[in-house]
Design a protein around this ligand. Structure first.
Ligand SMILES: *Cc1c(COP(=O)(O)O)cnc(C)c1O
Length: 430
């Protein structure tokens, strides 16, 4: 690896020649295998075989069932249940947990908005706990501090591709009799000890949208080892209220059904995509490790942390900048990196700061469900409740979408060169 002093030339921000001359190509995980699989479904003439009543076809067609069996085997769980998006999966997961209106679910602000919105869909209340400064995942101590008599569940999010601290969260769940939902949208294939991320929650699952590691255009898959939760998830997926009468006596709480069904074509694609997941994850891990090796010694920059016993699948490659050490804001460094051709972002999510939470306006315009009698009246979302997540967004976080591009080792080396050139020019004691 070159030293900073060996990187010569003016930075592109000041008119020099950029290190990366053309944008990186987008990664495309679809190939002949998916084309053949889709063609076979087309020729069968059956694009979906679901029926929204108590009937054998309540569980969907052959590709749905085959993909679900493949997912259950791959992730090592008893049940895998496909849905038409992971947002749908999260809504079904919250509904399946015997949640009452006004119950609280603790969630991280450092996530895609749908993790928290799914809670509101059942008139339950999202309570935001702060993130761990090293992993960006829920900080178990902050979760503990936010538990009230209304808390019923924890929504853990395996953000950027690294599992949350499931051991600590499970200990809290056992102590306070809580359930755990795992939003593992960004971390399919990541390991947590002997298990895959997502499989240690009461209900977990993965997104299959176009931007994720493997995809079916749109889609998602829920995983659980609990037979009763699996049945409730399948009911919410497919018009529960119309199906239950045919099944005999069943609990009716939260059995408001949706149409969250995934089609045969998507599942045929999913079967092929799942086969590619291990190799895809391994290639991203190799690239990320090469990138970390090249950036680790830069002043005031922290490369991704991977706890012992876990693996990271790098949906995002997150970095932290300490501006006291760099003497330069992250925005300025990012601007210089972008000029060199590195598409770096400087913001992630602080979901609690979205206008919906700031104004407490969800259902209608009068503060429902927060204003309802069933809700605790002192839940608040003011800036300051999640100091680490807020500081990271405002001052410290930088992320590179490693999973978006089709990158070679030589491309990674160019990214490293760009960082070193920028650091050499802008950081005081590089
Ligand atoms: C992508 C994503 C979702 C939503 O998944 P969709 O399949 O797009 O509905 C939810 N949570 C997280 C953390 C995500 O990254």
């Amino acid at each position: 690896m070159k030293n900073a002093s060996e990187v010569v030339g003016e930075i592109a921000l000041r008119g020099g020649v950029p290190v990366i001359k053309a944008p990186f190509r987008r990664y495309n995980s679809l190939g002949k295998e998916e084309q053949v699989a889709v063609q076979a479904v087309m020729e069968s003439g059956v694009l979906s075989q679901f029926l929204g009543c108590w009937h054998e076809d309540f569980y969907g067609g052959s590709k749905v069932r085959e993909f679900e069996a493949d997912c259950a085997r791959f992730f090592g769980v008893k049940h895998a249940i496909t849905v038409n998006s992971w947002t749908s999966g999260l809504i079904a997961a919250v509904g399946a947990l015997d949640i009452e209106p006004g119950d609280e679910i603790i969630v991280t602000p450092w996530t895609m908005c749908a993790s928290a919105t799914a809670i509101l869909h059942w008139n339950a209340i999202p309570v935001f706990a702060d993130i761990d400064p090293k992993t960006f995942n829920l900080d178990p101590e902050s979760v503990r501090a936010n538990i009230t008599e209304k808390t019923r569940a924890i929504m853990a999010v395996d953000i950027f591709g690294l599992s949350a601290d499931m051991q600590a969260l499970r200990a809290l769940a056992d102590e306070f009799n809580l359930k755990i939902i795992s939003d593992t949208a960004q971390a399919p294939g990541a390991r947590y000890g002997e298990h895959y991320a997502g499989t240690l929650a009461d209900i977990g699952g993965y997104s299959l949208n176009y931007h994720k590691h493997i995809h079916t255009g749109e889609g998602g898959v829920l995983v659980t080892n609990d037979d009763q939760l699996a049945e409730r998830l399948k009911l919410i997926r497919n018009h529960a209220e119309a199906v239950i009468p045919g099944m005999g006596e069943r609990p009716l709480n939260n059995m408001l059904g949706y149409n969250f069904r995934l089609g045969e074509i998507e599942c045929a694609i999913g079967i092929e995509q799942l086969k590619k997941l291990p190799a895809l994850v391994a290639s991203r891990q190799r690239l990320a490790e090469r990138l970390s090796a090249g950036l680790r010694d830069l002043t005031g920059l922290t490369v991704p942390f991977v706890p012992d016993g876990s693996t990271h699948v790098y949906y995002m490659y997150p970095l932290l900048v300490d501006d006291a050490q760099t003497g330069c804001s992250k925005e300025h460094l990012a601007e210089a990196l972008r000029a060199e051709g590195v598409e770096i972002s400087t913001r992630y999510q602080n979901v609690h700061l979205l206008p919906m939470y700031q104004k407490k306006m969800a259902y209608g315009s009068h503060g429902f469900p927060w204003s309802a009698d069933f809700a605790r009246q002192d839940v608040n979302y003011i800036k300051g409740i999640c100091p680490v997540a807020e500081d990271y967004n405002d001052h410290r976080y930088m992320g590179f979408g490693l999973c978006v591009y089709d990158l070679s080792e030589a491309d990674i080396d160019l990214i490293i060169t760009a960082f070193r050139k920028v650091w050499n020019a802008l950081v005081k004691s590089a």
